[in-house]
Write a protein that binds this ligand. Structure first.
Ligand code: AMP
Ligand code: MG
Length: 491
């Protein structure tokens, strides 16, 4: 090395990989490199997230092959992970990363461990009939919605980059630009990861995977007697909190299969998800969810169903089967009340109530009853409570066809308001969420080569609360001509 070496070539990316999964859980993953992209090009790079992770964004920007496939940062050792899952209620004993590669685990400057995963990066032994690839639109969709969720304070995987591969993928819609999203997650341990080993009756591996999950997500439980049950409690608590946060935002995940439920409690797998506009409990967006299994108001019930599947996977590790069934069933019966308490905490916050009182659940459901069937936009209804708290009820009332129920409810609510309610409401209820029509327009433009609408939308949704001029178009629901919104699983 000489003094003439350009400084940039010496600068380190900041990646510090320590690949504990591949090291500690051999046999649960398969070494597999991402496909080499013919013409890698980074389209979106999350500089703020890179900085938080201790990564040098300028160095990342010079290495598109790291994100589209074709080259690897030092220390990366890509693997595809095995998992199973209940999909729409039916069990698939082998799913796994069919188009994703875990590059490794990056240790951030604060010591936190983060999975860095590419999705859309080529076939693996788990691909079954799939091509292992992804189209640009769904990868940008994951990026913008996951980053919006993070800004809204919801536990979620993050998006570090979207890169074009330079090759087209074939989909029903025809040939589409191929792309890869780089996902950052607390881990990629799913309920389905445990189901994979439980279904095979391989209880040794199951025990090792559970201990690995405990070490990553609940390290205070490591080595403890009774840690499997304690871990189950932790996962339930995280999931209940997560679903309550979704419900507060009108978020419909859309495909809550057990392989899409992260043990970390992060929202994962942004496929057919979308935000509800008009409040209707039965809201479904996914083209394949004909029964409404994953409808908005069904998410708390699906949470309990998915936790029952987790319980079945943990049962073999819990000693005496009869006693274990009893205790796990007790926990499962407790989920509804536990979730209800989390939901009530979210609603007290969204309504800016003063402390906690007995009638609060009725007050919250009273507001939902007032807005239901009125064509009232969920997000705007809560946001405009801020005006109502400051005695201007006009903007809120204007959302309603018939505000009679609202008018009866408002005085009950006013009597429960905390001090500084208007400011609290504006800091709690977003002005801007990823509106379905704007997301679609941004993705279409990006597919046609114009990234400007996507960049503008991303800036808006990652700053969800501020009231500033110029945001009006981002705060409004879809025009009626947009019609019913239908989403597709992101293949
Ligand atoms: P998802 O619907 O994204 O949760 O994926 C369910 C399963 O299908 C996972 O095992 C994925 O890895 C796999 N999969 C989805 N799309 C593809 C694809 N294009 N090629 C290979 N496998 C895929
Ligand atoms: Mg999935």
């Amino acid at each position: 090395m000489t003094d003439q070496t350009p400084h940039s070539a010496l600068r380190h990316s900041g990646f510090r990989f320590d690949n504990s999964w591949a090291r500690d859980l051999p046999g649960t993953c398969v070494a597999q490199d991402p496909d080499a992209a013919p013409a890698p090009q980074i389209l979106v790079l999350n500089r703020a997230l890179a900085a938080d992770l201790g990564l040098a964004a300028d160095v990342l920007a010079q290495n598109p092959g790291w994100f589209a496939g074709g080259s690897l940062p030092d220390g990366a050792a890509p693997v595809a992970l095995a998992y199973a899952g209940h999909q729409f209620g039916g069990f698939s004993p082998q799913l796994g990363d069919g188009r994703a590669h875990l590059l490794g685990e990056h240790i951030a400057p604060d010591g936190q461990r983060w999975d860095i995963q590419l999705k859309g990066s080529g076939r693996t032994p788990f691909s079954r009939g799939g091509d292992g690839k992804a189209a640009l639109g769904p990868m940008l969709r994951e990026y913008v919605i996951s980053e919006a969720m993070a800004a809204l304070g919801v536990p979620t995987t993050r998006s570090l980059a979207v890169a074009l591969t330079g090759e087209d993928v074939r989909r029903e819609a025809g040939r589409l630009p191929g792309a890869v999203v780089a996902r950052v997650a607390a881990s990629h341990l799913r309920v389905g990861t445990l189901q994979f080993w439980a279904a095979r009756g391989d209880h040794d591996t199951l025990a090792r995977v559970v201990d690995y999950a405990i070490a990553r997500h609940d390290p205070d439980l490591v080595g403890q007697e009774g840690r499997v049950l304690a871990f189950f409690d932790r996962v339930i608590a995280r999931q209940a909190r997560l679903v309550a946060a979704w419900m507060g935002l009108g978020f419909v995940h859309g495909v809550l299969n057990t392989d899409n439920v992260a043990l970390s409690g992060e929202t994962i797998d942004y496929g057919p998800c979308a935000f509800m506009e008009d409040y209707a409990p039965g809201t479904v967006f996914s083209s394949i969810d004909h029964q409404g299994r994953y409808a908005y108001a069904n998410q708390p019930h699906i949470l309990a169903w998915n936790m029952a599947k987790l319980a079945e996977s943990l049962l073999p590790l819990m000693g005496d089967a009869d006693a274990a069934v009893q205790v796990l069933n007790d926990r499962l019966s407790g989920i509804a009340a536990f979730y209800q308490a989390e939901w009530l905490a979210v609603m007290r916050d969204k309504l800016a109530l003063d402390g906690a009182q007995d009638g609060d659940a009725d007050l919250a459901t009273g507001f939902l009853a007032a807005i239901e069937g009125q064509g009232v936009d969920w997000t705007l209804a809560f946001r405009r409570l801020a005006d109502a708290a400051a005695d201007d009820i006009t903007p809120l009332r204007a959302l309603f066809t018939d505000p009679a129920k609202l008018d009866l409810w408002l005085p009950l609510w006013r009597a429960r308001l905390r001090a500084g309610a208007a400011d609290h409401l504006r800091a709690t209820n977003p002005l801007v969420i990823p509106r379905n029509h704007l997301v679609e327009a941004a993705l279409q433009a990006a597919e046609a080569g114009d990234l400007a609408p996507f960049t503008a939308l991303l800036a808006q949704v990652t700053d969800p609360y501020a009231d500033r001029p110029g945001r009006e178009a981002y705060a409004l629901p879809a025009p009626s001509g947009f019609g019913d919104y239908v989403t597709f699983c992101g293949t």
